[in-house]
Design a protein around this ligand. Structure first.
Ligand SMILES: Cc1cc2nc3c(=O)[nH]c(=O)nc-3n(C[C@H](O)[C@H](O)[C@H](O)COP(=O)(O)OP(=O)(O)OC[C@H]3O[C@@H](n4cnc5c(N)ncnc54)[C@H](O)[C@@H]3O)c2cc1C
Length: 425
């Protein structure tokens, strides 16, 4: 066992309750910071030593940014918080009766537990796609995509067979949600604005970027006219957008659609599904759709009021629909969970979570984005500027903000992408 942490009385002095937070992503970090002034000890656990800003992962995958620009060490973020201790360790389970978190480095007791373990790619049991395709959920996967895409161009330059060359230069992105749209747009711009200069012998007609969507529209959370605008912009940026295109299998060389059509392609990027991390299935807690833990409106687990689940790992409905797996949900839930822990410590009743939808934004490359904020939809340059401002504000750390801004300005004016090294095998 790592350390004793339960609230207890020593003489007249009350030792604080221990709040263990699992996950230093959007939700966990916000919860930890919100407990800064609460009379509790906070122990924050994460399997990585950094906090990652996932919304910009696609820019790492498309050679626009280095991972260091969108991540920050948790210790650097939290070092001024005196009631907080960070430990890098993998959580493997829970002992609900003893109130202990099992980790790779021993058990850790808690009085209150906030689970903010996030999500992972959902391949819906399609094994071939999981084995041969690429997910986009973490730094390792983003770098794998960057290395692979750049590697395909190098191989294509040496490939004498035209069919093989075209397969090397065909890039299939699956899923028309924000990640798929942003990824397809950025990939097409990387190729058409930057790589064409690196590979002057390249015949650009051999290059294809496809965005496959099973339904009949992109960005389903936005009004139809913005979905259409996004599709039109992608077409203008040379992305072939296909609707009703459900992918069935992929063995590394050809993408098989449910219709039976085969698309020769050496790259498939899967942005078509997300679910809670598989850990949630092993905790002995009730799970709902996508493996998310079903919580009460107060974000507590039914039958376990000492456990709160927030963010992508939590299942809660709002207006009859499950809350989306998005950063604002995780951040707002974190504030409610932290406030509820503080209320319970003070002997008050917890309050229900109320979601305030801040709207959604998706960029489609240079000067192009769609935005839907407080019932108002807009697109084009204004939406793109809104997207830039929102992302810079949300990035953690002044240095990261400056680096990202500088990179974006450089790329914008010089049609460049700085991170074009192939660093893996
Ligand atoms: C490519 C991509 C683009 C996105 N774009 C947007 C966007 O534009 N706008 C938006 O609002 N949302 C976006 N999202 C979704 C958003 O990032 C998530 O909704 C948000 O990160 C959820 O926050 P969270 O705290 O629940 O989980 P996360 O931020 O994922 O944090 C989970 C943390 O838990 C840790 N963890 C997991 N399992 C364990 C374990 N067993 N032991 C220890 N630690 C563990 C992880 O290392 C991680 O640090 C995007 C997501 C991705 C992947």
């Amino acid at each position: 066992m790592i350390r004793e942490g339960h609230a207890r009385k020593q003489g007249d002095h009350v030792v604080k309750a221990t709040v263990v937070i699992v996950g230093a992503g959007f939700g966990g970090l916000r919860a930890a910071r919100s407990l800064k002034r609460a009379p509790v000890n906070v122990v924050l656990l994460d399997r990585h030593n950094y906090h990652l800003f996932q919304p910009l992962l696609y820019q790492v995958a498309t050679a626009g940014l280095e991972p260091e620009s969108i991540a920050r060490p948790v210790r650097a973020i939290t070092r001024r918080q005196r009631n907080l201790e960070f430990r890098m360790t993998e959580v493997t389970g829970l002992d609900l009766a003893a109130q202990r978190v099992a980790t790779a480095d021993g058990a850790l007791p808690y009085d209150h537990l906030i689970l903010a373990v996030g999500g992972e790619t959902n391949y819906f049991g399609l094994e071939g796609i999981q084995r041969h395709g690429f997910g986009l959920k973490n730094v390792g996967e983003a770098l794998a995509i960057r290395n692979h895409v750049l590697g395909c161009f190098e191989h294509a330059m040496l490939e004498p067979d035209p069919e093989q060359r075209r397969a090397l230069l065909t890039f299939v992105v699956v899923g028309g949600g924000p990640t798929g749209v942003e990824m397809a747009g950025a990939l097409s711009e990387l190729i058409r604005l930057v790589l064409v200069k690196d590979y002057p012998r390249l015949n650009i007609k051999d290059v294809r970027v496809l965005l496959l969507e099973a339904s009949d529209r992109l960005l389903a959370a936005m009004p139809p006219r913005l979905s259409e605008a996004a599709a039109e912009t992608l077409w203008r940026k040379h992305v072939e957008v296909r609707f009703g295109a459900a992918v069935q299998d992929y063995e590394g060389a050809r993408v098989r659609l449910k219709s039976g059509e085969l698309i020769p392609a050496r790259t498939l990027i899967w942005a078509a599904g997300a679910k809670a991390v598989s850990l949630t299935e092993r905790l002995g807690l009730p799970t709902a759709r996508q493996g998310r833990v079903a919580v009460e409106p107060t974000l507590q687990v039914p039958g376990h009021p000492e456990i709160y689940v927030i963010g992508d790992a939590a299942y809660l409905e709002h207006d009859g629909q499950p809350l989306p797996m998005m950063a604002p949900v995780a951040l707002q839930m974190a504030e409610t969970a932290a406030a509820n822990v503080a209320r319970v410590v003070r002997g008050e009743a917890p309050v229900p979570f109320r979601y305030r939808d801040p709207g959604s934004l998706a960029t489609i490359g240079r000067n192009a984005a769609v935005a839907y904020i407080r019932g108002i939809g807009f697109k084009g340059f204004a939406a793109w500027v809104a997207w830039l401002v929102v992302h810079i504000i949300q990035l953690i750390g002044f240095r990261n903000k400056m680096f990202v801004l500088l990179n974006w300005a450089w790329d914008y004016f010089f049609y460049e992408r700085a991170s074009r090294l192939i660093t893996g095998k």
